[in-house]
Write a protein that binds this ligand. Structure first.
Ligand code: UGA
Length: 469
């Protein structure tokens, strides 16, 4: 059995909270620090704060025992040997990552260092951040041999973050000192040696005693770049298939067939080739902008990233045009919107293309009646209820009397709608699907005009004409 390590996690957002409970699940003793007193009190009281699979059960298991929540970073620093920094790195006006929270945490840690500590960047940060943290700590009078900085980036997806943490494709540890690297190896031992996967109550996932995750050791700077480059590459894949979907529309081809044909090549792989209304979320848009900005500052031509962003933003405008092409004019039309979250299985609406589209439709003078299984509360605080913006308690209420129904988020629930019921409720049976959840032929058979991404549009009339020939 691996030794338990005393770990502090600074920040109780998505990454921090998930990391804290997962380290506890791996057998470590964790202090999760946040300077927001109300958040700490809520977590101490059993509120999970975010919608994340397995998080409630793990919090219930370890709350106030193996995971303690507090606001005192000084105490956490003094108590723990490994300090993971998982605070926000929001986008600044220039696109750069705003590292002021990271800097503030580094100074505070420096003031409480009472022995050798390893400070680990878990937040997504630009290359060279480790050097800045080091300088900040040294400026506060801490001797160079009293600490090390490590980059241990996270590759968690919202919705499956706990599983991604405990069953990773890889664990990247960027360290420039043997001592720090050894501590990180020790922390991840329950995963890399498989002890965790042999437990009867382990959270299930892709790893097993026969299929252990790899711990990749790199330099600190390489690890920082691995994180940004991975997110940028995934965003590139999405923009690529979205551009291909536009070509398919122009050529009357089917992007789903094209994506499948491409994805069967093991060098390309099938994942992240789903066309849609563009990527969103708290990571991709911010990280691509930050990576572009880092390249610019270092004099490296990486215009490819600007193209990725441009395609992504155009994808929303194309969707709006598609709806217009189905309805002729938009002013005064009643639109049922299914989905507000940036993707299915989350209540997160940050940089959600669905929210952007709702705002665009409202600006065009449409009335929107929206439904989302989890994100309505957050959406309502961004777009308040009004005569033009309504929130429905379910699909049927949203669809009643709608001129068209738009699918904007890939929730499983939206892939199995009762089409007969829907047809009877809507004013016109028109569906514009931004996530390709349905087979066009099936929609025609159910009497719908169905427009999707990168596939020939389908209308019952057009089908009737085709059959008559
Ligand atoms: C993403 C990465 O997938 C994680 O590996 C990374 O750790 C995380 O960012 C982060 O940096 O913290 P996440 O933002 O949760 O995770 O969401 P994804 O599942 O990657 O989806 C991002 C966006 O791309 C969503 O809007 C989704 O709908 C869209 N997407 C995804 C597509 O349009 N097509 C696809 O084929 C895949």
């Amino acid at each position: 059995m691996a030794e338990a390590v005393q770990i502090a996690v600074v920040g109780s957002g998505y990454v921090g909270l998930v990391a804290a409970v997962c380290f506890a699940e791996m057998g470590h003793s964790v202090i999760c620090v946040d300077n927001d007193e109300s958040k700490v009190a809520a977590l101490q009281g059993g509120d999970t704060l975010i919608h994340e699979n397995h998080l409630p059960e793990l919090l219930e298991r370890y709350r106030n025992t193996r995971v303690r929540f507090m606001t005192d970073l000084g105490e956490a620093t003094r108590t723990c040997q490994a300090i993971f920094v998982a605070v926000g790195t929001p986008q600044s006006e220039t696109g750069d990552a705003d590292l002021s929270y990271v800097e503030a945490v580094a100074s505070e840690i420096a003031r409480s260092i009472n022995g050798y500590k390893v400070i680990i960047e878990k937040s997504t940060v630009p290359v060279y951040t480790n050097e800045w943290i080091r300088r900040v700590i040294e400026r506060n009078g801490v001797p160079r041999d009293a600490f090390d900085i490590v980059s241990n980036p996270e590759f968690l997806r919202e919705g499956t973050a706990v599983e991604d943490f405990l069953h990773p494709d890889r664990i990247v540890v960027g360290a420039d000192s043997e001592r720090a690297s050894e501590l990180l190896s020790e922390i991840y031992l329950p995963l890399t040696q498989g002890e965790y996967y042999r437990r009867p109550n382990a959270i299930p996932g892709g790893c097993s005693p026969e299929n252990l995750p790899i711990l990749l050791q790199t330099s600190t700077k390489s690890a920082e770049i691995i994180k940004h480059a991975s997110n940028a590459f995934l965003a590139l894949k999405i923009s690529f298939i979205n551009a291909v979907s536009n070509l398919c529309e122009a050529a009357d081809a089917n992007v789903e067939q094209v994506a499948r044909g491409m994805g069967l090549d093991s060098r390309i792989g099938p994942k992240f080739l789903r066309p849609g209304i563009g990527y969103g979320g708290s990571c991709f848009p911010k990280d691509i902008a930050a990576f572009r900005s880092v390249a610019e500052q270092m004099g490296v031509d990486f215009n490819l990233l600007s193209e990725v962003e441009k395609i992504n933003s155009n994808q929303k405008k194309r969707f709006l045009s598609k709806v217009r092409s189905a309805l002729w004019t938009l002013r005064g039309k009643r639109l049922a919107v299914l989905g507000l979250a940036f993707k299915g299985d989350t209540d997160d609406i940050r940089e959600s293309p669905a929210i952007d589209l709702v705002e665009m439709f409202l600006a065009e003078g449409c009335t929107v009646v929206a439904y989302d299984p989890a994100a309505m509360g957050r959406a309502e605080s961004k777009i308040p209820r009004s005569s033009q913006m309504q929130y429905a308690s379910g699909v049927d209420e949203a669809a009643a009397d709608a001129d068209a129904l738009l699918i904007l988020t890939d929730w499983q629930e939206f892939a199995s709608l009762d089409l007969v019921q829907l047809h009877s409720l809507m004013r016109y049976p028109i569906i514009v699907d931004g996530r390709n959840l349905y087979d066009p032929q099936h929609m025609i058979e159910n009497g719908f005009t169905y427009l999707s991404i990168g596939r020939p549009s389908a209308t019952p009339l057009r089908e009737a004409a085709r059959l008559a020939v």
